[in-house]
Design a protein around this ligand. Sequence first.
Ligand code: C2E
Ligand code: MG
Ligand code: MG
Length: 761
Amino acid sequence: MITPKPPPETDATLRQRAEAQWRKRIENSADAFGDLTLRDTNLLMHELHVHQIELEMQNEELRRAKTEADDAKARYQDLYDLAPVGYCTVNADGVISQANLTLTTLLGVTHKALIGKPLARFVCREDQDTVYRVRQQVLSPPGAPGHAGAPPTCELRMVRGDGASFWAQWTASTKRDAQGAPELRLVVVEISARKAAEAETLLAASVFKHAREGIMITRPDGTIMDVNDTFTRITGYTRDEVVGQSPRMLNSGRHGPDFYVAMWQSLKTEGYWSGEIWNRRKSGEVFAEIQTISAVRDAQGQLQHYVALFSDITAQKEHQRQLEHIAHFDALTNLPNRVLLADRLHQAVAQATRRGDTVAVAYLDLDGFKSVNDHYGHDVGDQLLIALASNMKDALREGDTMARIGGDEFVAVFTDLTHPQASLPLLTRLLEAAAQPVLVGDIQVQVSASLGVTFYPQAQEIEADQLLRQADQAMYQAKMAGRNRYHVFDALQDTDLRVHHEDLHHIERALARHEFVLHFQPKVNMRTGQVIGAEALIRWQHPEKGLLAPATFLPVIEEHPLAVAIGEWVIDMALQQIERWREAGLDLGVSVNIGARQLQQGDFVERLKTILAAHPKVVPSCLELEILETSAVKDMAQVSSVIDACQQMGIAFALDDFGTGYSSLTYLKRLHVAMLKIDQSFVRDMLQDADDRSILQGVIGLASAFKRGVIAEGVETIAHGTALLELGCDLAQGYCIARPMPGDAMPDWVETWAGGSNPFG
Ligand code: C2E
Ligand code: MG
Ligand code: MG
């Protein structure tokens, strides 16, 4: 350190002070040495003093020069030590001979620990080559290969005393030492911060370059400053084409001014905006991107630029659109599906409520579509559906909806109707469209449609999905009424139907809970007294209502598959009963009533065989089947073949309630039944009514002409039985013989009857 010194005295003052001292001494010596010699001596002394003064002055100068030299050296040492860069001198052997304080601080070692150590010790292993190269460059003689002209610089990693590394920049030069040997001088600057900044910049640049997102940097006024490669890949614009331009060049026109106002608002207040935006590529194609724009501000909060990052999400959007389409549209016909229909229906209802107009909901089911599928295969069926869907859609007005909600079931929703009747021409058009012949390949197919329609609003509050149910019911009515027509939903009828549905449900449950029972009514030969069999008659042992007659529940299931299930249950129970009677020593056949619906089941014979197979001890000839409601027999040939097949197995048939159906004669001719069962209505009044008596006679005559047996039912009194015997009808069944009874009561009854209780005997 430079030590502050007192200011040196000037030459003039020194001189003045010396002269004053001499004058005083001369005066004193004049007193001591006498006049002559004294003068000479004085002069001599004066000379001497002058010399002395000069010497002292020279001495002072020397002292001053030395002080200055010392100061300069101290200043140099200070400069050397405190220079903002590290310095060191390295001898030809690579050993550090001199180093400044900055370098020791940089390396975190003492001066002592540094001097005399090889320089390489303070350089990372990875950069040892660099040390070697630098020394080569600097120390090799000028002109020799490897010698550097200008002082070489290099960047390398050095190691501190504590083992930590840091980046340094070396600037090397050479000098010869006192002995003329070359030595290396190094200027060492720590550049870790710069290296870190460089790495950061490099990273930022590489992010910018390689980002999968498009990046656009704009000035605060919005003009584009820079874009990355992905920007170009997505938009089709090169960097040169967009720099200096406004991002408005990407505008797709899909967003209104409000959109951009909101975006700028968010950028100003929040500092960023993020969302989905539709832009336009250079090719003109519109694409979707998800974008985040951030405002970048400096430390003072001054807006520097905006950075927009975006990804092309057109593919995702398209995929999403496809998924939505799949979720809402029928794959075959491309019509809205049930989900979208529900949505449209809700909208239509809400809109009609607002506007006070009418909505019509039409439920449409193709007639005979199944047979197209069965005859020509599903491909033809599919093509037919596609064609009809398109025809029907064309029959609609703009704004109406045509949906496919199942195999051959469609629903149309008509909105904006002034009144319900306004829909009728549309329904007719729809039916016509469904009934158009369609050419599939070289096959022409044609079906028709049954359509049920209901309207909104109604007298009562109604939900959208209830409308669908109503239209479905009305469609069913249209089917029942002969197909290829529409039927308008009737709320009153609906209530009946609903009750019907409930009843059905109860009957189904009763079957599952084994609440049905069979009673048996004996059939006898009045002339011989022989018991020829028993008729099985179903009853419902209702838990609350007691024993219910079949008339209270069978009509409910007439058209329902339950009728078949119950019919099969009856056969099974009847066969069980035959088995039980056999065990009790009674050999008695049973007649079972069969509804036309059951008889016309395609697999009736197979199912009957299955039931019989479950009762191997029962011979089929023990079973007789009474065909009910013969007028319901539609396919005479089919029923006839069923009867023949059953007769082959030994099962006999009777036509029940004979005489009531208006084409009984046709049935008699076509169906090979063994027995005619005269309806009880003729028997009941035969004693009073001559006409009924004539009918009885006629039927009995017919039976004998056609070689069929005949039996009378509803024989309530002995008088009736006697009259029948007179007419030639020996077989009978009726209250005066026995009322229907539980199966287990039969053996006792038969015994009693055989014991002489035959009133006709
Ligand atoms: P149906 O086959 O003509 O049976 C004769 C009906 O007349 C029985 O009524 C029987 O109880 C009744 N009856 C018998 N003798 C007399 C009599 O002297 N006077 C009067 N007034 N009636 C007599 P039920 O049991 O109420 O059966 C009524 C109808 O229900 C049956 O008429 C039959 O059509 C049907 N039915 C009964 N059981 C079954 C069954 O298991 N399956 C099917 N599909 N229908 C059945
Ligand atoms: Mg019967
Ligand atoms: Mg009958």
